[in-house]
Write a protein that binds this ligand. Structure first.
Ligand code: SME
Length: 155
């Protein structure tokens, strides 16, 4: 497994294109979900300097905080609550350009301005979500959806 990361400059798609094969190599051969989530969160933060990036894992009727990079965050989110719980309940990726305009948004940090949440499926079931927050409004678009979805399939 490759344990170093080659950081890339350029537009967003170029950065994701360079990052994804490296992430694939990073998790290859490692069966432990938490270890892989930890490295993926670190790699995303290193490449994009996201304000917050991490995972919440499904435990019963709640999401519980998993590996992440960034400021401390809320530990439990009920199904259907916040952006994370809503993405989980709907089984769909959510892009929130303005977190203040999302009813029920859970503000772990008042500095977060926009957010994307991608459900992570294993054998047809959602086992976790990937949550990325930006301190810039309207930060995430279809490019992020495409590549973060690909990333979620590495787990
Ligand atoms: N904003 C999220 C909560 C998690 S933090 O952003 C890390 C939400 O509304 O579900």
């Amino acid at each position: 497994m490759a344990e170093t990361l080659q950081l890339t400059s350029g537009d967003k798609a170029t950065q994701y294109e360079a990052l994804l094969p490296q992430l694939s190599a990073l998790v290859a051969g490692e069966p432990d979900l938490i270890a892989n989530m930890a490295n993926l969160a670190a790699a995303l933060r290193m490449q994009f300097n996201f304000f917050w990036v991490g995972f919440y894992l499904v435990q019963g009727n709640e999401l519980v905080l998993g590996p992440f990079q960034g400021p401390v965050a809320c530990t439990r989110i009920a199904r259907g609550k916040g952006v994370c719980g809503t993405a989980w309940m709907r089984g769909k990726t959510l892009v929130v350009p303005d977190v203040d305009a999302f009813p029920g948004h859970i503000a772990c940090s008042s500095l977060s301005r926009s957010e994307i949440v991608v459900p992570i499926y294993k054998q047809g079931e959602i086992i976790a979500v990937l949550d990325v927050d930006s301190d810039q409004p309207d930060h995430f678009d279809e490019t992020d959806v495409t590549y973060l979805t690909q990333l979620s399939r590495l787990l």
